[in-house]
Write a protein that binds this ligand. Structure first.
Ligand code: P71
Length: 889
């Protein structure tokens, strides 16, 4: 099936693994310690480890499978699952599991290949494991074939077969990672094998990649999908072997499959000698389960096309940059001998060492030392973004351009296998390459909705044109909110899983207290289950009935709790905040004149406290300047009014100060945050945003023990224990780790700059958005997008609905519908801001998703005149935006 290149991943990020960024000095030291053989480096010393074996990102279903391994010695449910998956996807009736691909090779050799045999093969790397067993491997690859370079030369094969002593023909799908075989050639090999009474053994660890190549390049096969091609290829073989750590995306495991009961019987009698019982074969139950799920998922058409698109794109960029290479199914195989001809026999390892020195990337040739000068730069499946791959490519290009500065490694110790090598080196003086990208790799993914436009039209009608009422399974890119939607890191999960749960006091509570004290500098820290719980308690403790609460624009839950405590919210944000076209950089600031006027008119005693929000949500994620915080605090302390931050998006605000205030350009975000918090008496936090967790909140006081004590009293009544705030112990652990990760400068920069990127793409296309672009979301200005729709026909609501239909992106209305009706007149408030919020979750989407979003909104912009408004068909009294339903006008 021919298709155009995908625009973005057909999935989102579920969990991330944090990357290490060793400095140049550290890299020098690590290299020397490793004997200049990068095989000896460990992932903690490496930024990107460019290898595809066992390094793929799994699906969340595979990850879940890890926990349902029944770990029985015999006849486990996981094995039964594997049998079903093999039958469904590969089409073979028998499966024998092995601990790895080497286990599978071992069983074939020991049951079928007597010493002295001759094995024709299209894969050179098969010699590593076959030749030492007193077997003669004959390379029968067809060197004349231009497209399917892994095809077998049939004339040569027949010559070898005529010599006898050939118990099997060994064929690798995508031989050596670089050479695909056509289905027609595979079928011809099978025919010859049958004619000569031998068996065709297919090594299908990269069968998906090979099937993609067949789909794309083999004339007669273009109408088939990956799934049917995989089955056809497997069914063409007598025996199929597969590495669980390649296409099935597990971290170990192997399988041997066949339709021949006699061969299977040989395998299962032999598997007990070398591997384990025939129903586990040296794999843990969980690995069986992950492999089974991986086989079921691996032929997913969209995923395969994404993976292959990444490979094509990566190798093209390298070629364009002048890097000599051979294109592989999983990356680029760099011709190190051509880059470093002066390095002679150590060219490959010299190239690897120099690449690591340059930028912290590992690309390593493994196994036996051979004559071919290729260094594989493989892409771990689904684990990297295109942006990261672009930067790795740029680092390689930069290395090639500096090749003349690099002298060859000098051998100190050697052996026939690459891991045995150790060297001396005079470190070359290279211009180092620095990464500027998301400081994490993708650990697991979650597939997203893939409805057609027609299906989405039906779905939004069924949801009453209200994006809150859409099932998330129908959504492709979910930009409803950044609240509780972050991808946790593997470190957070490790902390989460590692706790000893208790309803009393836990170690994690103490760790969290320490983390919060270090971060915010506040003495009293009270965990809550989320933000509104903290707002409730703060309002009850601090507000006397009738008191005023001045703040920099309201947030719904915050204002509600102030009102429930008898307070009256007064908006004292700068005027620029209400003007979507003003480019003032600190639109979150409090207007000192407005604040002064409130105090002068009512007196300081009439003011409960200042409600001071960082990175103001309703204004568009607009930051507060450090000077404004100082000024507000100086003034308020002088008149005795406490200042409380809504620090929900405090780290984003801190980054904006680093980015926009030249005095802080070199100050770490962590230190900026600490200073910000000094200009307040306490804070509430919805941890579901900047704290990188899915649930949790905080109420903190700088030093006032009395307020803290009163708050704890209410906490016990409404939320939970003082030592958990109603949160699970495990969630406390996840928060303690999350708040360490959130102040990483690389992370927060990549986070906010992603929002800026989306905003810039829309601005460049002339689309009306709130400027300057804020930190957590891009806000479309529906009044200017649909000027022909009256505000009482809900332009923002219609725009949000139409964005879903056009693109599968879910956004949120923030305008007339959200604001509601004035109870005294029954009329809509018709607020100044009629916006659609495109909110970015943290660590979940890539910059390619941003491009897909922008392209979709731009398409819609071009046909905006055809869009009309909406009318309510069901309108609840309170917070009508959640449940309201509409019809098209
Ligand atoms: C957002 C949310 C979540 C939300 C809340 C209400 C209606 C729709 C969506 C929540 C915030 C927030 C600020 C600045 C307090 C809360 C409440 N934001 N302060 O933006 O943005 O926190 O949800 O943890 O209770 O989608 P909570």
């Amino acid at each position: 099936m021919s298709r155009t290149a995908p625009v973005a991943e057909p999935h989102k990020i579920k969990t991330v693994r944090l990357l290490a960024f060793p400095t140049l000095e550290e890299r020098k030291k690590h290299l020397a310690d490793a004997g200049f053989n990068v095989f000896n480096l460990t992932p903690g010393q490496i930024t990107f480890d460019m290898t595809s074996g066992g390094t793929s990102a799994m699906s969340q279903e595979q990850l879940a499978g890890q926990l349902v391994g029944d770990e029985a010695y015999a006849g486990s449910r996981n094995f039964e699952h594997l049998q079903r998956a093999v039958a469904d996807v590969l089409g073979h009736g028998y499966v024998c599991p092995t601990h790895s691909i080497l286990g599978a090779v071992k069983l074939i050799v020991s049951t079928m290949v007597p010493a002295g045999s001759v094995i024709p093969s299209n894969g050179r790397n098969r010699m590593d494991v076959l030749t030492p067993r007193d077997v003669d491997v004959v390379d029968v690859r067809d060197r004349a074939e231009p497209t399917f370079t892994g095809n077998v030369d049939l004339v040569h094969l027949e010559e070898v077969l005529q010599g006898g002593k050939t118990p099997i023909v060994d064929v690798q799908a995508f031989a050596d990672g670089q050479h695909p075989i056509s289905l027609a050639n595979l079928r011809a090999v099978r025919e010859l094998a049958d004619r000569y009474g031998t068996r065709l053994v297919l090594e299908g660890s990269r069968i998906i990649e090979n099937a993609w190549y067949v789909e794309r390049h083999e004339p007669a096969q273009g109408d088939r999908d990956i799934r049917s091609l995989v089955k056809l290829m497997v069914k063409t073989s007598h025996i199929h072997q597969m590495d669980g750590a390649q296409d099935p995306k597990a971290n170990a495991g192997g399988i041997l499959t066949t339709d021949n009961p006699a061969d299977h019987e040989h395998f299962i009698n032999e598997v007990v000698v070398f591997e384990g019982l025939h129903t586990y074969g040296g794999m843990a139950g969980r690995t069986l389960e992950v492999v089974a799920r991986g086989i079921e998922e691996m032929a997913d058409e969209d995923e395969v096309h994404w993976v292959m698109h990444q490979t094509e794109r990566f190798t093209q960029r390298l070629r364009d940059g002048g890097v000599p290479l051979e294109r592989g199914c999983d990356g680029a195989y760099v011709r190190a001998d051509q880059v470093l001809p002066h390095a002679g026999t150590t060219a490959r390892d010299t190239f690897s060492a120099a690449l690591y020195l340059l930028c912290g990337v590992r690309a390593v040739a493994m196994h036996r030392r051979g004559s071919e000068g290729l260094v594989p730069v493989q892409i771990p499946r689904l684990a990297m973004t295109n942006e990261q791959l672009d930067q790795v490519a740029d680092a390689l290009i930069s290395l090639v351009r500096q090749a003349d500065r690099i002298s060859g490694l000098q051998v100190v110790e050697e052996g026939p296998w690459r891991d045995q090598m150790s060297y001396h080196w005079v470190l070359p003086d290279l211009e180092p390459f620095a990464f500027d990208t998301f400081p994490y790799q993708i650990h697991t993914i979650e597939r997203v909705g893939g409805l057609t436009q027609g299906q989405r039209e039906k779905a939004i009608r069924a949801a009453g044109y209200n994006t809150f009422l859409l099932p998330s399974a129908d959504v492709s890119i979910d930009l409803l909110t950044d609240s509780g939607t972050s991808a946790m890191s593997t470190d957070q999960w490790a902390a989460y899983d590692g706790v000893r749960a208790t309803p009393a006091t836990s170690e994690e509570y103490h760790q969290l207290m320490q983390a919060w004290r270090d971060l915010l500098g506040y003495q009293f820290n009270i965990p809550t289950h989320q933000g509104r719980a903290a707002e409730h308690i703060l309002s009850q403790v601090m507000i006397h009935r009738g008191q005023l609460v001045p703040g920099n624009m309201y947030f719904t839950t915050t204002k509600l709790h102030q009102e429930l405590a008898g307070g009256v919210f007064v908006d004292v944000i700068v005027d620029e905040a209400h003007d979507p076209t003003s480019n003032f950089p600190w639109k979150g600031n409090i207007d000192m004149t407005k604040l002064g006027a409130v105090v002068d008119e009512h007196g300081a005693d009439a003011v409960a406290y200042i409600s001071f929000e960082h990175s103001v949500n309703m204004a568009g994620g607009q930051p507060v300047s450090m000077d404004n915080m100082k000024e507000v605090y100086t003034y308020c302390s002088s008149v005795g009014i406490p200042v409380f931050f809504d620090a929900t998006r405090c780290v984003e605000n801190a980054y904006m100060i680093q980015w926009k205030d030249p005095r802080y350009a070199r100050t770490p975000v962590r230190d900026i945050l600490r200073e910000m918090m000094m200009y307040g008496d306490g804070c509430t936090v919805s941890g579901k945003k900047d704290f990188l967790i899915n649930i949790g909140g905080l109420l903190a006081f700088r030093d006032n023990a009395e307020w803290a004590e009163e708050s704890e009293e209410l906490l016990r009544i409404y939320e939970g224990n003082v030592t958990d705030g109603g949160l699970a112990t495990a969630d406390l652990a996840a928060i303690a780790q999350g708040v360490k990760e959130m102040v990483d400068d690389r992370y927060i920069r990549s986070r906010v700059q992603q929002t800026q990127l989306l905003g810039r793409m829309l601005l460049d296309a002339g689309i009306p958005i709130v400027t300057p672009v804020g930190t957590h979301a891009v806000f479309l200005d529906a009044k200017r997008f649909l000027p022909h729709v009256d505000q009482d026909e809900y332009p923002a609501q219609r725009l949000a609905a139409e964005i879903f239909v056009e693109t599968g992106v879910r956004a949120m209305e923030r305008g007339n519908v959200s604001k509601g009706r004035d109870p005294s007149t029954g009329e809509n408030y018709r607020p100044a801001l009629e916006l659609v919020r495109l909110t970015l979750s943290r660590r979940v989407y890539t910059n390619d998703h941003m491009r897909a979003i922008a392209e979709g909104v731009i398409r819609l912009w071009k046909k905006r005149e055809s869009l009309k408004g909406l009318k309510f068909v069901y309108e609840p009294d309170k917070l009508r935006f959640f449940q309201g339903r509409f019809e098209l006008l």
